[in-house]
Design a protein around this ligand. Structure first.
Ligand code: ZN
Length: 451
């Protein structure tokens, strides 16, 4: 069942920054409310790096040094080791991050999003605008077409997107964001940056193509992908340097995460989906393996000690309630996730889990996939016209060996848990116009002709 999150200003957070803010509230309320200015609220810098799987960052244990600057951010942040996206699909995952809701609670959701129809969901941008935040989004691809509703909520978003490689000219999106920052330091801001690297096609600039020489096939693709991570890592440094230069480090919460991961042929499709050997499991929106669903989450919060790791399982829908609590913004609307503040404060969350889902046309069939990660296990339930297949994996052993047969009662228990938390609801199929369908097909999101 979706959890109701009620955040009130009297909750004790034990955070210096928030405490200052609360003291400010107490001092101002209620008699002198009209006479005094409101206390400053922290800014929010949200860095979304598309297609970035957690285990390809050096701070998440990757053997290549892909992310020296993100590692420096991690040293000042809380790093969530087992963080999962709700859907390995760009638009849906963005909406999940921004609303705290699972895709089956808002559709999958392009047509709705384009019209800005999200029912009664709390949308991060709108909530922050209501609180007086300046809002701006800088995006490096044409996702704005699919996510028009989402970006339309920002006061400012860049009209020109740089979908082609390297941010076309390398740093336009970053430079536009830096320029905006220069002129917007007086009021609290919510700045959202979306980077298209390291999304396919992987073709890093020469100086960042560090590991592909002599490799072939998926190994080469993964090495080029790592080169793109190393490139986007330099852009993160530019953003953080600007905060530092403007003296905003102590007033700004920094979030770095991704909408989904990327597969490099780690899993073939023989045993359940296509029923034959294939190269199906490359890219994303193919399945719910960790390669596609486990993403990084770094949270740098002024006043909180960085360099700490949270091992508990967390999920994208937890991000909005966490930020609302950090920013002391109340919410009465339904959110599927729950705040990570207890975990950040070192309190255990024994019932931690992560739920992911997707709906896709593959080879003429509709395939509905759902997964849950909990208690060191992951269950994937894959349903099509031909019935349901369960895959059960012990997380520490990777995802090659399906234990659903030998651990039947556990698989059934986790299957029931998925049913309970979704109330049996599934993602609905949406009507899409021809142009959208064509674009989705070109990105590999629809594979009707796959046999
Ligand atoms: Zn994406």
């Amino acid at each position: 069942m979706p959890a109701q999150l009620h955040v009130t200003a009297h909750q004790s957070l034990a955070l210096p920054l928030i405490t200052l803010f609360l003291i400010g509230l107490i001092l101002l309320a209620p008699a002198c409310r009209q006479a005094e200015p409101e206390p400053a609220r922290p800014n929010l810098l949200f860095i979304m790096i598309d297609t970035l799987r957690a285990d390809h960052l050096s701070c998440y244990g990757h053997e290549r040094e892909t992310s020296p600057n993100i590692d420096r951010l991690a040293a000042e942040s809380i790093l969530f080791e087992n963080h999962y996206c709700s859907i390995p699909f760009t638009p849906g995952s963005h909406w999940s991050n921004f609303t705290g809701r699972y895709p089956h609670n808002f559709g999958d959701s392009i047509s709705e999003a384009a019209e800005g129809v999200m029912g009664d969901a709390p949308v991060m941008t709108l909530v922050l605008r209501e609180q007086g935040y300046r809002t701006a989004a800088f995006i490096s691809n044409d996702m704005v077409k699919f996510l028009g509703g989402m970006f339309g909520h920002f006061e400012r978003f860049n009209e020109r997107q740089y979908r082609k490689k390297h941010d076309t000219g390398f740093y336009q999106t970053t430079n536009a964001a830096l320029q905006w920052l220069d002129g917007n330091t007086r009021e609290p801001f919510f700045l959202f940056i979306h980077y298209w690297d390291p999304h396919a096609v992987y073709n890093p600039i020469n100086e960042f193509d560090l590991w592909s020489e002599g490799l072939e096939g998926n190994q080469r693709e993964a090495a080029l992908y790592d080169g793109e991570i190393r490139f986007v890592d330099t852009k993160v440094r530019m953003l953080l340097d600007k905060l530092d230069e403007l003296g905003l480090d102590d007033d700004t919460i920094v979030v770095l995460t991704s909408d989904h991961g990327e597969a490099f042929g780690e899993h073939d499709g023989r045993d359940f989906l296509l029923q034959k050997e294939s190269t199906y499991y490359t890219g994303h929106y193919k399945g719910l393996f960790d390669t596609e669903t486990r993403v990084p989450l770094l949270l740098r919060v002024p006043g909180l000690d960085g360099g700490r790791k949270v091992n508990s399982v967390t999920q994208s829908v937890d991000l909005l309630p966490t930020l609302l609590e950090l920013l002391v913004i109340g919410n009465e609307r339904t959110i599927d996730g729950s705040s990570l503040l207890p975990l950040i404060n070192g309190e255990p969350r024994p019932d931690s889990y992560a739920f992911s889902e997707m709906r896709k046309r593959v080879g003429g069939r509709t395939v509905l996939s759902k997964s849950i990660v909990a208690d060191g296990w992951k269950l994937m339930a894959i349903e099509s016209d031909e019935g349901e297949v369960l895959r059960l994996h012990r997380l520490e052993q990777g995802e090659d060996q399906n234990l659903a047969g030998v651990e039947g009662p556990l698989a059934e228990e986790l299957r029931q848990r998925i049913h309970d938390l979704t109330d049996g609801r599934v993602m609905e199929e949406e009507e899409r116009d021809a142009e959208t369908l064509e674009r989705l097909r070109s990105l590999g999101y629809i594979e009707d002709d796959l046999q």
